[in-house]
Ligand binder design. Structure first.
Ligand code: NOJ
Ligand code: NOJ
Length: 442
């Protein structure tokens, strides 16, 4: 494995050196990126390979204290497994299709067990012990983005398997039109009947109606309707579409063109009350995690672009590590009023997954401009994406390990070590980069 990585870098280095327009910085970035991507794939699989966890559990972070993240979070697991579905589709990791499929099957069985486990909030339960037992202590619950994100990942997988002709497998393991308790259908039934329920947000702090939660719920219902249709579950398909359109109406109320940015939440009901501004990177994450064909708003939408710009501006001013103009990009946090330091409450820091989300947003914007035939704009957006990717490079540990946050003063990795979602965020941005890179003639 080591020598393979090494020879790959040499190969890449030679390739880039032969292209005169590449600077030293760019070569360093290319070499680091290849290594970071490889390491991130390995860390994703490591998160589901602990010996003391149930098969299929995806550990949020190996950290067991300050903070204790040694749990299977429904949200984190779904986002991470979505990258594993990417691996299967792209066939570009060192792992065989059979190995990847096995990991997904384990996740399927574990998720089924989660759904059947008695919890305080049914499918709205945010996290489970790594052996699958219900977590009964006090927590921000319900979190109704979980079933939506899990079904989005599994629906993609179901389509891939249907394309391969594995209809019996899909019906037995994931979606049986005759069985309301089958995995994907159970999630879609939950979402379609509970989207109006006030929920804790993805940051687990505020109970309200959230842009992120509503967007992924809507996307899950629309994607679910297409899958139901494909499996001849027509009545279900109609029902999911009907609920999705009701969600569209609710989401429209977030889109006031008079606002400088999209507010992250409405109708506060309980939890942390610090978020006066309503500005939050979760709005960007919402758009990134809903499939393009069912996007409520595309990344190039004016309100999204305004939100992105205000986020960058605010975090630029807020964090000392963003004050040095020699550094590429801007380190991006969750929201300006945040006080979560990664273990407790003091002063918040920028996050790896926030910064990578902005990189991914720019790569997707670059693709949009390219598809429109606007080369100059495409290249500009692509280069912006690289600035944010390189900002994470600047703060990443030299062994490619990534924690949750980057210290606002020093840039050092802080908070939960080896946060699996951080690695997933690198892989998602990298994938968006590769898709557009092939298209841009440079
Ligand atoms: C842990 C939560 O997951 C995190 O999002 C939150 O900011 C802190 N607790 C503080 O409430
Ligand atoms: C805290 C984050 O706020 C939340 O989004 C995440 O699910 C958990 N940590 C686990 O990583």
């Amino acid at each position: 494995m080591k020598s393979q990585k090494y020879s790959f870098s040499i190969f890449l280095g030679c390739f880039l050196l032969s292209s005169a327009s590449f600077s030293k910085t760019k070569i360093d970035f290319e070499i680091w990126r290849a290594q970071q991507v490889q390491a991130s794939v390995d860390k994703v699989f490591a998160s589901m390979s602990f010996t003391d966890t149930a098969k299929g559990a995806v550990v949020a972070s190996p950290s067991k204290s300050y903070p204790d993240y040694y749990y299977h979070w429904v949200r984190d697991a779904a986002l991470v497994m979505d990258t594993v579905v990417d691996f299967y589709q792209q066939k570009n990791t060192n792992h065989s299709q059979a190995f990847i499929q096995n990991k997904i099957n384990n996740y399927i069985s574990f998720s089924k067990k989660n759904q059947e486990t008695q919890t305080l909030t049914g499918l709205g339960e945010p996290k489970f012990y790594v052996d699958g037992k219900s977590f009964g202590l006090s927590w921000g619950r319900p979190q109704t983005d979980g079933p939506a994100l899990r079904s989005l990942t599994l629906i993609r997988w179901a389509h891939l398997k249907l394309d391969e002709g594995a209809t019996a497998y899909v019906k037995a393991q994931m979606y049986n039109p005759l069985d309301f308790n089958s995995l994907i259908k159970a999630d879609l039934e939950y979402v379609s009947r509970n989207w109006n329920l006030s929920s804790y947000d993805l940051w687990e702090e505020v109970r309200a109606d959230h842009f992120f939660t509503k967007i992924v719920q809507r996307a899950a219902l629309l994607e679910g309707a297409t899958l139901a249709q494909r499996l001849q579950d027509y009545a279900a398909s109609d029902w999911y579409l009907k609920q999705a359109s009701a969600l569209t109406t609710q989401l429209n109320s977030f889109m006031d063109p008079g606002f400088d940015y999209i507010p992250v939440s409405q109708h506060y009901s309980e939890g942390l009350k610090a978020k006066q501004s309503g500005l939050d990177v979760a709005v960007i994450l919402a758009v990134l995690r809903s499939p393009d064909r069912n996007a409520f708003v595309p990344i190039e939408h004016l309100q999204i672009q305004k939100t992105l710009n205000v986020l960058i501006e605010r975090f630029q001013k807020l964090y000392p590590i963003n004050q040095d103009s020699n550094r590429p990009g801007t380190a991006i946090g969750r929201y300006p009023e945040d006080v979560y330091d990664g273990a407790g409450s003091s002063r918040a820091n920028p996050w790896v997954l926030g910064t990578m989300a902005v990189a991914e947003a720019y790569y997707k914007l670059a693709k949009f401009h390219n598809d429109q035939g606007h080369m100059q704009k495409a290249v500009e957006a692509f280069d912006k994406g690289d600035q944010f990717f390189r900002r994470v490079q600047l703060h990443a540990n030299s062994d490619y390990s990534l924690s949750e946050q980057m210290d606002r003063d020093s840039g050092h990795m802080v908070g939960a070590r080896d946060l699996t979602w951080s690695y997933a965020s690198v892989l998602k941005a990298n994938r968006a980069r590769e898709i557009v890179f092939k298209k841009i003639v440079r």
